[in-house]
Design a protein around this ligand. Structure first.
Ligand SMILES: Cc1ncc(C[n+]2csc(CCOP(=O)(O)OP(=O)(O)O)c2C)c(N)n1
Length: 574
């Protein structure tokens, strides 16, 4: 006789879930028995935070839904930060967790999980009886994928899992991301676009499912394309219409000039978060703004549009292409767009970059050029939080949709490696590279064991600098000295051997060749890149010391006033 646990797994299957990430526990023994009897692949993670990052990477690499299974109490609290990351990154996942008895004082592993999870999930459902399971799971999956994707929690009771349950009928495809858009709203947006002479496209991850059509739209409009960080690659960055904006490498002031030179700005599937708008420094005038988004909350937040269209980009884009075809000729010419691209690229923050060994010249630019040559166009680069992320966003060209995954709006360290495992499982045809610092490796490095056990082809590049370097450079720039950022002494070759991975060092020889060998090896390879201080980093530290001494001598307010005067002088000269 089928049990509630069987029904739960069948319901997940019916909703298209092929992969569950998590860890079992006493309470979930029946659930894992249901999982064993299903067709779903169960990936055992080292801990629940990693499991949640795996589900995140799985969704963002494919747009498909993964499930996360943990026990109540400690499994839940371990997963919590990953749920917050998924919420900020708009990663759909359905989270199945046991329910403790929190009403009774001193109950085992009991917490008010609903109150704790409420701020970081899209919705919370509960399953009390086996008969409710198919409807609740369907509801959870539709909610996770609909509108702005995100995590949805389902608390199950132990009784619901062990009770007899009817078998689930055949699956139905997941619900649409959004209802069909209003024709009047689409026609108004199209009319405005058809009359525009110099339209600009701003593209987010919400447009990834319609990437080819978005590219046709850009070409039909002859319009420059800007992306959010997670939308990078929706239009390949080597395409002449891509101006390749990322706040890590371009000045938002220059982007605002490009916006001011446009007479229509079309924002497709883009939340316009702090991370994508350089902390909301991006200015998008309402009068010339068209927004298409599957989420009404996104349309109402932050940047109001004169022409809002509530709908999935894939349901609207063909109408926009047709409207682009009705436009009179004129507008941007390619040389002008190339000029904007050059200007934007040259406008980035002048921050000191470290020295990278094993590439010639020993620079981040040379390293990411080599990585680009080694990784096929559709390869996926998954980043952690840290200096390596900034360097990658500055120097790596993204050539395919979902080609760059990072913990964009929550910035959890420890993300890259498990998220890359999720990405590999979701998109096995696309090679993947996880790039992390030695600090990030300390947080989630044991997941290499998971990648090896699951027989994944995965390249793990570690920037080994002996520091929490991003924070150290901030300390040096401000105070000229460091505190609690020193993490020396990891022998990565020995570590790789201990966890069953191949090892390669980027020392001498052709860096692109070493990286390509690792990427093509079919197994897990840890590639060590030694990172040291460049003269620019040392100079920044020396300036920081002077700044700290001046602050001590003059007091912080006098120094701030002086900085303001200098900044005003610089602006006046521009
Ligand atoms: C969970 C978490 N803790 C702390 C931070 C703050 N933080 C951001 S970057 C960073 C340093 C990362 O060091 P490492 O992984 O070695 O990368 P690197 O900066 O050296 O490239 C820290 C501590 C964070 N983002 N996430």
């Amino acid at each position: 006789m089928a049990t509630g646990a069987d029904a739960l797994c069948q319901s997940l299957e019916a909703c298209g879930v092929e992969c569950v990430f998590g860890l079992p526990g006493t309470q979930s023994v029946p659930l894992y028995e249901g999982l064993r009897r299903s067709r779903i692949r169960s990936v055992l993670a080292t801990h629940e935070l990693s499991a949640s990052f795996m589900a995140n990477g799985y969704h963002r690499a494919s747009g498909r839904l993964a499930a996360l299974f943990t026990i109540q109490g400690p499994g839940f609290t371990y997963a919590l930060a990953g749920l917050a990351e998924a919420r900020h990154d708009s990663a759909a996942l359905v989270y199945l967790v046991g329910r403790g008895d929190s009403a009774r004082p001193f109950s085992f592993q009991a917490l008010d999980q609903r109150s704790m999870a409420a701020p970081v999930v899209k919705g919370i459902l509960s399953v009390e009886r086996a008969g409710e399971i198919p409807a609740r799971i369907r509801e959870a999956c539709d909610l996770a994928l609909g509108g702005e994707p995100g995590p949805v929690m389902v608390e199950w009771s132990a009784e619901a899992l062990t009770a007899p349950a009817p078998a689930e009928g055949p699956g139905t495809p997941p619900a649409r991301r959004a209802p069909p858009p209003s024709r009047a709203a689409v026609e108004a947006a199209c009319g405005f676009l058809a009359a525009a002479r110099r339209p600009l496209l701003v593209v987010g991850l919400g447009a990834a499912g319609a990437a080819r059509a978005v590219l046709r739209l850009a070409e039909a409009l002859g319009a420059p394309v800007v992306t959010s960080t997670s939308g990078r690659g929706v239009v390949p960055e080597d395409h002449p219409l891509s101006v390749g904006f990322d706040s890590a490498r371009c000045d938002t002031g220059v982007l605002n000039e490009l916006v001011a030179a446009s007479d229509a700005v079309l924002v497709l599937g883009c939340k316009l978060t702090a991370a994508g708008t350089a902390d909301f420094a991006l200015r998008l005038p309402e009068a010339s703004l068209v927004r298409v988004d599957a989420s009404p909350e996104v349309l109402e937040s932050g940047y109001p549009a004169r022409y809002p269209v509530h709908g999935a980009v894939e349901d609207v884009v063909e109408d926009l292409v047709a409207a682009a075809g009705r436009r009179a000729r004129g507008g941007w010419d390619r040389a002008e767009i190339a000029g904007w691209r050059r200007r934007l690229r040259g406008s980035g923050p002048v921050e000191p970059e470290p020295r990278l060994h094993g590439v010639s010249p020993p620079s981040a630019e040379a390293f990411f050029g080599a990585l680009r040559r080694a990784l096929p166009r559709d390869g996926i680069l998954v980043l952690d939080s840290g200096l390596h992320q900034t360097l990658a966003r500055r120097h790596f060209e993204v050539l395919s949709p979902r080609g760059l995954l990072l913990p964009s709006d929550f910035q959890s360290m420890g993300f890259a490696l498990p998220a890359a495992i999720g990405a590999r499982l979701a998109a096995p045809e696309r090679p993947a590279v996880a790039l992390l610092g030695d600090g990030g490796l300390r947080m989630s490095g044991m997941e290499i064991l998971t990648a090896v056990r699951e027989r994944l082809a995965l390249t793990v590049v570690v920037f080994n600098d002996g520091y929490l370097n991003r924070i150290r450079l901030q300390q040096l720039a401000r105070y000229g000295s460091e505190m609690s950022v020193d993490i020396p002494g990891a022998d990565l070759e020995t570590f790789a051997a201990a966890v069953g991975a191949e090892y390669a060092a980027l020392e001498n020889g052709d860096a692109a060749e070493t990286l390509a060998r690792a990427i093509g090896s079919g197994g897990v390879t840890l590639v060590e890149v030694r990172v040291g201080d460049s003269p620019a980093v040392r100079w920044a530290g020396a300036k920081g010391k002077v700044r700290a001494a001046a602050r001590r001598a003059l007091g912080p307010t006098a120094l701030e006033r002086l900085k303001r005067v200098l900044r005003r002088g610089r602006m006046a000269r521009r």
